[in-house]
Design a binder for this molecule. Structure first.
Ligand code: KG4
Ligand code: ZN
Length: 362
């Protein structure tokens, strides 16, 4: 039995959680900063790190309190302290890493720095069973769009990634083009329900040949921009457009949302299917499960389409519960359990944050 405290502060969510034995979430507290970044249409790093400093200790205290304890005595209950130390905004990561080190040192417990993206792939198993391996793992978020081969829960290799925008970033930019609030993903998802997905034919990005599993979302974003604003006159920042989103009524905005969302999700489904084929045909690996994680795994169309794909391929589909799609510390504490259970390796007090993650290729 192991109880791990997780801390997450890589972007604009401050979170702390207590997770028992990797999958049983005892408490999970998330403080979002959306209201602070809304007027800028995206996360402002300096504002994010300051907000983490203000929120971190109250969030840790609440997570510990929700588990029926107080911070002063928590060291007796907690077996290890885990923190997402990469990838992310460096100033934001620094706040969580410093707090985790302080607690691990004060309590004399092991410190475990984990990769935020790999932790997203653990979210689908929180509150449920272990995932049947090997698996294809998909991380779709505001900062990442990546496909992984999951040989086991903690041995993960990169198969493809976006060469430009992340899918969540594309949703956020689409919302901004359509005059909808930040973060754009949830609202585009909601507005798409009443829209006609065939109203516009947006491109489903294809990068390289079938064996190339990379993604590209900048072309889709530009297609939407031109469809909404018309042809630009001039170039770059000085470009003048014929119109903006105010030229369209609510039904037309719904249609843009539905058509955009269809193209964005179709690219994900296409590459996920190819990843399963590549693993079988080129590596002799019979995949057992499809695993999805990251903020965009909350998207209703993506969830439905992945279910359809898993059915077609006869695979188990593991989606995170809605509360664990967005950034949260439960996935950090849960993922760290694999290292705790293996007896390490643990990190020292020289653990540092890194803006980049490093993933071994296939
Ligand atoms: O995983 P996350 O909290 O942060 C990163 O690690 O990036 O993901 C946030 C992203 C945002 O871009 C947000 O617009 C998107 O997830 N998102 C959605 C939905 N809910 C959140 N995108 C599409 N549909 C949704 N329902
Ligand atoms: Zn994330």
């Amino acid at each position: 039995m192991a109880l791990i405290l997780g801390i997450e502060s890589s972007c604009d969510e401050t979170s702390a959680a207590l997770v028992r034995d990797g999958r049983k979430v005892v408490s999970n507290v998330v403080a979002t900063q959306h209201e602070l970044h809304e007027e800028y249409g995206g996360v402002v790093p300096e504002i994010a790190s300051r907000a983490h400093i203000e929120r971190l200790w109250p969030v840790v205290d609440k997570a510990v309190h929700d588990a029926g304890c107080e911070r002063e005595a928590a060291g007796e209950l907690i077996d290890a302290v885990a923190v997402g130390n990469r990838p992310g905004l460096i100033g934001s990561l620094l706040v969580g890493v410093a707090a985790a080190k302080a607690l691990a040192w004060a309590w004399g417990k092991p410190l475990i720095g984990v990769d935020h993206i790999e932790a997203h792939l653990h979210a689908a198993s929180l509150g449920g069973d272990a995932i049947a391996m090997p698996a294809v793992g998909l991380v779709v978020s505001g900062g990442h769009t990546s496909l992984f081969f999951m040989e086991s829960a903690s041995r993960i290799r990169l198969m493809g990634r976006t060469i430009d925008d992340a899918i969540g970033e594309a949703f956020d930019k689409a919302a901004s083009i359509l005059g909808l609030p930040y973060p754009g993903g949830p609202i585009v998802d909601k507005r798409a329900v009443n829209g006609n997905e065939r109203a516009h034919r947006f491109p489903v990005a294809s990068v390289g040949d079938r064996a190339c599993l990379d993604f590209s979302y900048s072309g889709l974003k530009t297609s939407l921009l031109y469809a909404v604003r018309g042809k630009p006159v001039g170039r770059g920042k000085d470009a003048q457009f014929e119109r903006d989103h105010t030229a369209f009524d609510d039904a037309a905005i719904d249609d843009f949302c539905a058509s955009f969302q269809k193209a964005a999700v179709d690219a994900i489904v296409k590459n996920t299917k190819s990843a399963v084929d590549v693993l079988r045909d080129q590596h002799g690996v019979e995949v057992q499960s499809l695993v999805v994680g990251g903020g965009v795994s909350a998207n209703s169309r993506l969830r439905a389409e992945m279910e359809r794909l898993a059915d077609e391929l006869g695979l188990a589909l593991r989606l995170p519960a809605m509360g664990y799609c967005l950034d949260n510390a439960a996935m950090i504490a849960g993922y760290a359990w694999h290292r705790f259970a293996a007896g390490g390796p643990f990190d020292g007090l020289d653990l540092s944050p890194s803006p980049r993650g490093e993933y071994e290729g296939l």
